[in-house]
Design a protein around this ligand. Structure first.
Ligand code: DGJ
Length: 743
């Protein structure tokens, strides 16, 4: 998959789906030639780069040679201060304070397979499924070296890149900026799509046209954040869900990040993504190295669904904990919205007994089981069971849950400490914060210094002992406040703090998941504040949002699906009126939305009416019947909640014999059309499908003509079985086995 023309110093990575081409320019730096749909290999692609220099005012590299300017060429690892005035991939400062570096080609190495990234999560694959090209660049003046590592997968239109900087010189150097990816595109006719929002409305789809200047998203919060997600798309203006070109980037990282598109005065676009440079400064002593996180680049000409499907496959096959790649995720019930902090053994016993009758598979005991925690002001850090609530201890509670046929899971918030806790009395120096200034508050809690290995070890000891005592099947790992006053006593250079913090978090995750590979981790950060590939490497699912309102969830889950698979999205049916919006929606609507995720409940089962209990049992039967299709199938977005009244999506099995279609109409309209149809996608044209076990339709009919909506979807229709707002339908499609293709 890697073609190298040594004479011309050109590199072409291609897997038949995408091509990525670059070369060494005449100043020794790397020039970018092409990224996009796969191209036939040829010996020389140099003509893809234009070395003409239109303006007399432009800088030029060589004396009297006005044709070669870093201001106008497309580059692979652009540097700062050498005449390219766009933002650079790296800024490294030497002991004299000089910001300039000049990374030139030194050597390359082709590696079968994909080496691990030390201390960082990253994608992986068997040796025969991925090839790696390592390019070593050197700044000859300082002997600082940059290794760019590109990996291309055989089975996906995906290329990853990571960067390692090593100080091989004799003077210290400071990294001020190090982007994991930079891609210079030859034009700016793109729209930038990103997933942004806030607590309770995470990952809404935002689209804007690129304009000259920098358009960026990022986080300075110590986590990837509710506000912006480390995911960026450039799409053509005519790209839709189903057709057209798009590039998508993701960062395998959970800390502060930056993702930006810079359009210059010649309408070319530079995309950069990496650790957020604000607040970052890494000191490299001679002999030391710094590894930046991995970035993922995917290209499609099959619209946003095509792009998402490649990213979903990458994450499901090459990122998540292998123990969970094939395993079905349990239907869970979480007590948070049912009890909040107010529970005891009797209450939980009734809760679990009722849940087991409904067919739930896993009980998750949320916040409040430890220390003396009856509200959110105390006890974080004191990970010892609260015997006033659970006098028989956590092990006995677990046994009684398991005796009722359910698995058992627990909530932790390992990174936090309450000012009112025993831990803070013992280890006041373990807390992040300014020693000189007043510290900012956030949910009555402070953040532990995860850069300190002693802190990580303490948490490992506490969590592993509870995992063993309670024989845990699942852990919900929460993180409920962002980091302010980022000062940590354990860190020598405070510019390193944020990155050291998140690698400490990874270290704890790594130790726990390596030693307890069968414990299912669900990451959470006040809902979806850390929904990223760094977390997903350890925790294959994440709590998508604290907003459990099904109508709101349409937008949140639709947006999240742009970058992340259904198998990663925690989606639960909760009680009504909903606790976040105070809105009441039918149980059917709530179930129909939650099916498209990991599925579970967030309510008190003993409060359900008898007919609701029967409906819940049916929901669980329905979900478990289709679980592997939902978690492993190809997902298609059909109608966007950001564009109209209705939302629709579907999931199709790999062999196209099964599909599930979700169709939602939160608001009814009067006097609608009598014939509303929904065109399906991804089916086999020639297969005949039974729709809801009844009518038979060929795939081409369903995709070209579409399904017709029943009357209840058509507004205030007197003939309808159901009426009112929050209507939904889920169609089951199954290939009619009696019929053969082309019959
Ligand atoms: C925030 C989470 O998102 C909720 O689901 C719940 O676990 C609370 N924290 C508990 O404090």
């Amino acid at each position: 998959m890697i073609h190298i023309n040594e004479a011309l110093q050109q590199f072409h990575l291609s897997n038949g789906q995408i091509s990525y081409i670059f070369h060494v320019m005449k100043n020794g730096q790397l020039g970018h030639l092409y990224a996009g749909k796969a191209l036939r290999h040829r010996e020389d692609f140099t003509y893809f780069q234009s070395y003409e220099n239109p303006a007399p005012s432009t800088t030029h590299v060589f004396e009297k040679d006005h044709s070669f300017s870093l201001e106008t060429v497309r580059q692979e690892f652009p540097v700062h201060g050498k005449g390219d005035f766009r933002e650079a991939a790296s800024i490294i400062v030497d002991e004299q304070g000089e910001f300039v570096s000049d990374f030139v080609f030194d050597s390359f190495e082709v590696i079968k397979g994909k080496p691990k990234l030390k201390g960082l999560p990253a994608t992986f694959a068997e040796k025969e499924k991925v090839d790696t090209l390592k390019i070593t660049l050197v700044d000859r003046e300082s002997s600082v070296v940059a290794d760019l590592t590109y990996s291309i997968f055989t089975d996906l239109p995906v290329l990853t890149r990571s960067v390692k900087v090593s100080n091989n010189g004799h003077q210290p150097a400071k990294i001020e900026r190090l982007m994991s990816t930079t891609l210079d595109l030859p034009d700016a006719d793109y729209e930038m799509l990103h997933l942004s929002g806030a607590w309770g409305r995470e990952r809404h789809v935002k689209v804007r046209k690129l304009e000259q200047g920098i358009q960026s998203i990022g986080s300075l919060r110590g986590a990837s954040s509710h506000q912006h997600n480390p995911f960026l798309v450039l799409q053509r203006e005519d790209t839709t869900e189903h057709q057209g070109e798009a590039f998508g980037w993701q960062l395998v990282y959970s800390g502060n990040f930056l993702a930006q598109a810079e359009v210059d005065h010649y309408e070319t676009t530079r995309v950069s993504m990496g650790i957020q440079p604000t607040g970052f400064q890494w000191l490299l002593q001679p002999g030391e190295s710094f590894q930046a996180p991995e970035s993922v680049l995917s290209y499609t000409n099959e619209g946003l669904n095509g792009l998402s499907q490649s990213l979903h496959d990458l994450q499901r096959k090459h990122l998540i904990n292998p123990s969970w790649m094939e395993k079905e995720r349990p239907v869970l019930i979480n007590n948070w919205e049912a009890t909040y902090f107010d529970f005891n053994e009797e209450k939980l016993d009734e809760f679990v007994t009722e849940a087991s009758k409904l067919g739930v598979e896993l009980f998750v005991l949320d916040d409040g089981w430890f220390g003396n925690r009856n509200d959110d002001t105390t006890s974080l850090g004191d990970w010892f069971v609260d015997e006033s609530k659970l006098p028989r201890g956590i092990g006995e509670l677990s046994k009684s849950v398991k005796a009722k046929g359910l698995q058992f899971g627990l909530w932790f918030e390992p990174e936090m400490i309450s000012p009112e806790s025993n831990l803070i009395k013992k280890h006041p120096d373990w807390v992040i914060g300014s020693l000189k200034r007043a510290n900012t508050f956030g949910r009555n809690q402070r953040v532990l210094d995860f850069a300190n290995p002693e802190v990580v070890s303490y948490l490992y000891e506490r969590m592993s002992s509870i995992i063993e005592e309670a024989d845990l099947d699942y852990i919900k790992w929460d993180m409920n406040r962002y980091i302010t006053e980022p000062y940590a006593a354990s860190v020598e250079n405070q510019g390193e703090f944020f990155h050291r913090y998140i690698t400490g978090v990874y270290e704890l995750y790594d130790r726990l998941t390596s030693n307890y590979p069968n414990v299912l981790f669900e990451s959470c950060a006040g809902g979806g504040g850390r929904f990223d590939l760094g977390m997903m490497y350890y925790a294959p699912q994440a709590w998508t949002s604290d907003d459990t309102d099904a109508a709101e969830r349409l937008k949140i889950q639709y947006g999240t699906s742009l970058g992340y698979p259904l198998s990663s999205m925690g989606s639960h049916v909760s009680a009504v009126p909903n606790h976040q919006t105070l809105r009441s929606t039918p149980l059917k609507f709530r179930g129909d939305v939650a099916y498209f995720g990991t599925f579970g409940y967030e309510l008190d089962p003993s409060q359900l009416q008898e007919e609701e209990k029967e409906e819940v049992k049916d929901q669980i039967r329905f979900f478990t019947k289709h679980r592997s299709l939902i978690q492993q199938g190809d997902f298609y977005r059909l109608k966007s909640p950001f564009r109209g009244l209705a939302t629709a999506w579907m999931v199709v099995s790999e062999d196209k014999t099964k599909a599930l279609v979700g169709w939602y109409q939160p608001m009814n309209q009067p006097n609608p059309s009598a014939h509303r149809i929904l065109k399906l996608k991804g089916l086999n044209e020639g297969f005949e499908y039974k729709v809801n076990g009844r009518n038979n339709h060929f795939g081409d009919e369903l995709m070209e003509r579409g399904l017709t909506l029943p009357t209840e979807f058509n507004g205030a229709n007197p003939g309808a079985e159901r009426g009112g707002a929050f209507q939904s339908l889920v169609y089951e499609l199954e290939r009619n086995k009696a019929k053969k293709m082309n019959d």
